[in-house]
Design a protein around this ligand. Structure first.
Ligand code: NZQ
Ligand code: ZN
Length: 389
């Protein structure tokens, strides 16, 4: 096992009614808050009113960035950062799903920086220039990305058709509220996309060529089984508390570093391949992953890495047979599961053809080859898009 530093500082308030704890928690950082939220779900399900009531009771002044897009944009980041600078914001409170939380983190970066966050951090990765960020906290309303407990922020730049993630420890939320009841209003479609996103985060950290990671992979398998068990239940009955609670906590544990500490390598090619689909076609991240993942699995499977597919097939799907049979059947089972949740089977079903494969594959690999199960070139990525057509 590789050396690692365990650093998961986000304080989690998990369960029914936990939002009541945020008043004193916010006051640890100051009295001026920037509220960041999406297109209105928090207003229709009552979360907004509840939070405002708490802020007023604690005499906390608030400003707002409303209307964050799914696949959040650079423009919203600049707007939010201007508000932070103008009003001397002490804490950014994201209320929503991954898009809102990611947007808040990027605002946090830009709010304490005079240069351009996109060019300097997302493109040029000048980590050393980050001296300070505004603290971010979140009230999670959609279980999917793990953004509520990690340091990543994925932003889309429409001017260059690029969607990219950036990760820094300072961007980990200082606290997050996870109330499973807040996810009762999430649609079947977004519940399906969220479940697939969580599965994909687990795949990205499970599938590696190295034969290390015994402990990490057993934890990952437990998390995968939780999603396979509870996602269909939440889709069937959106108000099933146990299902929503299990999915919500799994979303956080799947991508807060816990399962990759100590591992030799992780993959993450599928995410980079999907991000370019979302950048060009503005599709839902989890749906893109549901279509790309089986294609990626078929493309990378080789004698060198088949052991990992065999573990996956035996431990998750109880398969038996030759290694090849188990691996191929496991890929089939994965796709069947995604389709059973409501995910389209291929790109054609969401009206995507091959016209942008070259552009997207170029953007996915602009720093060089991606992935670890198989190191993928631009040409490889084009082949994966073709397999997903
Ligand atoms: O905008 P509102 O009205 O809030 O509606 C949202 C949005 O339309 C809605 N929604 C959220 N909570 C709801 C709800 N509707 C009803 N009831 C609720 N309680 O759901 C829609 C999707 O929201 P979004 O935040 O976009 O979804 P998600 O959480 O899946 O986030 C996706 C974004 O996160 C990025 C993705 O690429 C994508 O841009 N990711 C972030 C990661 C990270 N920070 O670590 C990792 C992931 O791999 C991912 O890349
Ligand atoms: Zn994801």
């Amino acid at each position: 096992m590789k050396n690692f530093v365990y650093n998961i500082p986000t304080k989690i308030f998990f369960g029914k009614g936990q939002v009541k704890k945020i008043g004193p928690e916010i006051l640890k950082y100051g009295k001026k808050v920037l509220l960041v939220y999406g297109k209105g779900s928090i207003k229709s399900n009552g979360i907004y009113d509840k939070v405002i009531e708490i802020l007023k009771a604690h005499e906390i002044e608030y400003f707002e960035v409303a209307g964050v897009d799914p696949n959040p944009r650079t423009e919203t980041v600049y707007h939010g950062a201007d508000l932070c600078k103008k009003h001397g914001i002490d804490l950014i409170l994201a209320m929503g799903g991954g898009s809102t939380i990611d947007c808040s983190k990027a605002i946090a970066l830009q709010s304490k920086y005079d240069g351009d966050f996109w060019q300097d951090f997302y493109i040029d990765r000048k980590y050393k220039l980050i001296k300070d960020v505004t603290p971010v906290a979140s009230i999670l309303t959609l279980a999917a990305t793990g953004s509520e407990m990690n340091g990543s922020a994925v932003i889309s730049n429409l001017a260059t058709n690029m969607k990219m993630g950036f990760t820094h420890d300072r961007l980990k939320p200082v606290f997050s509220v996870e109330d499973p009841e807040y996810t009762y209003s999430v649609s079947k479609y977004q519940t399906c996309a969220g479940a697939i996103d969580i599965m994909s985060h687990l795949f990205e950290q499970y599938f590696s060529v190295e034969k290390d990671g015994f402990l990490q992979n057993r934890v990952i398998e437990g998390l995968m089984k939780t999603i396979i068990h509870y996602a269909p239940i939440a889709i069937e009955n959106p108000r099933d508390y146990e299902a929503r609670a299990n999915i919500m906590w799994t979303s956080s544990l799947a991508l807060n570093d816990l399962v990759d500490y100590g591992k030799e390598s992780t993959d993450w090619a599928t995410h980079q391949i999907e991000h370019q689909l979302s950048a060009v076609y503005d599709i839902t991240h989890g749906i893109g992953l549901g279509i790309i993942t089986p294609a990626w699995m078929k493309y990378v499977l080789s004698d060198e890495n088949i052991h990992r597919f065999v573990d996956y097939g035996k431990n998750i799907w109880n398969l038996s047979g030759s290694d090849r049979e188990i691996a191929e059947k496991a890929i089939e089972k994965t796709q069947e599961f995604f389709i059973s949740l409501g995910c389209p089977a291929n790109l054609r079903e969401i009206n995507i053809d091959d016209s942008n494969f070259d552009l997207m594959a170029g953007n996915a690999t602009f720093r060089g080859r991606i992935g670890s199960m198989k190191k993928l070139s631009k040409e490889d990525v084009i082949e994966i898009y073709k397999l997903a057509l």
